[in-house]
Design a binder for this molecule. Structure first.
Ligand SMILES: Nc1nc2c(c(=O)[nH]1)N[C@H]1C(S)=C(S)[C@@H](COP(=O)(O)O)O[C@H]1N2
Ligand SMILES: [Mo]
Length: 405
């Protein structure tokens, strides 16, 4: 690890001692070390957050916690205590009183509702496995680098979500003719009064598709507070910016949502794969929406040493994005040749899916492994990285360099 040190000369120059006639004080003869070892890309672990085990600490207020990548090798469902965390504003409730909690449904409806958690669990139950992935997952891998949380691949997780269909709740309120969108708000608030509260909206047809749901359980347990206790929106196949946490307010709109987080933030280039050239301007943008396929090796990491003379067993996880996984292929030679991987149990369209493959023994030397998912719509991961200034929607077929000896 590089300990960054300020050189004595820099310290002296900064303080202007060079121009002083007097002798410099004794402390000026030493060096000053920054307390943070590892440089700008160091990733410290923390166990300090309630309901969370060991997590990569990106930021404390508001909390940004990344799932350490080895968790994804343990199974297709991400344990709640290792599930990543992301909030926009630091004013998140540190406590939610379940008995007095109410979910309000209002706006362009026949009848306003105020539902307790008891009311909600009595509605028909709905369950779905779905990947929750931040739009900026893997942003830290963008080249050229872009600003924003420097996530590696751990701003995603897969869970079995239990709750009720949003459609059932909207039907009970009775959506009026002329409704256009549905807006979702949670209990968190901006830290400064004139900053925009985090709210997201979906088109009415999407909100009523029978898959978008309000979850009260995650992998069979109540949601961790940091993942949105007591209720969160789940929008299968869509980036998790829409998955509003601590959901307390649903407003049916008779117009398109004009507020910041829906209209202005989270926009992507309206190009295939949201791909533009670094520095490019003048392109049209649209709100981020459906996810794209991805696949990641989980048992062999970059720069691993592997054996020659024996097949190399690979395994990992894939997901189709807004649909299921059709195939996963692995390449031992940087993408010149491909071998089909075997797919594990299908836990549902929007879930992680395990894959396994056995590569013929590698000869001694450096090799570039690649893995590529094609989804059931026929969309394959691109072989070249895509780029956009927000670092959204990384989807390239990832390369894992290894050394065989
Ligand atoms: N209320 C609320 N919900 C929110 C957010 C937020 O800031 N406030 N952030 C969204 C974003 S951008 C992401 S990536 C996911 C993260 O979900 P998680 O913390 O459960 O992993 O929550 C979404 N829902
Ligand atoms: Mo996000």
């Amino acid at each position: 690890m590089n300990h960054r040190a300020l050189s004595r000369r820099a310290v002296l120059a900064g303080l202007g001692f060079g121009s002083l006639g007097a002798a410099a004080p004794a402390w000026a003869a030493g060096s000053v070390k920054l307390p943070l070892p590892g440089g700008p890309d160091a990733r410290d672990l923390t166990t300090a957050f309630p309901g969370k085990g060991s997590m990569i600490l990106q930021r404390t207020r508001p909390p940004l916690l990344e799932t350490p990548f080895e968790v994804f090798d343990q199974g297709v469902f991400t344990p709640n205590d290792r599930f990543y965390v992301r909030w926009h504003w630091a004013s998140i409730p540190t406590e939610v009183d379940a008995p007095s909690f109410r979910l309000k449904i209002h706006g362009h409806v026949e009848k306003e509702l105020s539902l307790s958690l008891d009311d909600i669990v009595r509605l028909p139950q709905f369950e779905i496995a779905a990947v929750n992935q931040c739009s900026g997952n893997s942003r830290g891998l963008f080249e050229p680098r872009v600003s924003g949380a420097q996530w590696a691949n751990g701003a995603m997780g897969n869970a079995l979500w239990t709750g009720v269909r949003l459609k059932d709740v909207l039907d009970r309120a009775g959506v009026k003719a002329g409704a256009v969108q549905v807006r979702f708000n949670g209990l968190d608030e901006p830290v400064v009064a004139d900053a925009p509260d985090f709210k997201k909206s979906l088109d009415l047809d999407h909100a009523r598709d029978g898959e978008v749901m309000i979850a009260y359980a995650m992998n069979g347990e109540q949601l961790p507070l940091l993942n949105g206790f007591p209720l969160r929106l789940v929008v299968p196949g869509w980036y998790s910016t829409y998955w509003v946490k601590m959901l307390s307010d649903i407003e049916v709109l008779d117009h398109a949502d004009e507020q910041f987080w829906t209209k202005t933030a989270y926009r992507i280039p309206a190009t295939p794969g949201a791909n533009v050239r670094p520095g490019e301007t003048g392109y049209a943008t649209v709100p981020i929406n459906r996810m794209v396929p991805r696949s990641l090796l989980t048992n062999v990491m970059a720069d691993a040493s592997v054996r020659t003379g024996a097949p190399l067993n690979l395994r990992g996880i894939a997901f189709g994005g807004d649909c299921g996984v059709r195939t996963v292929e692995v390449s031992p030679d940087g993408g010149q040749s491909w071998l089909a991987a075997a797919l594990g149990k299908d836990e549902g369209t929007y879930s992680f899916r395990r894959f396994e493959a056995s590569l013929p023994a590698l000869v001694a030397g450096r090799h570039e492994l690649k893995v590529r998912c094609t989804n059931t719509k026929g969309v394959a991961q691109p072989l070249e990285p895509t780029w956009n200034p927000n670092g959204f929607m990384r989807s390239v077929a990832e390369t894992t360099p290894v050394v065989a000896s």
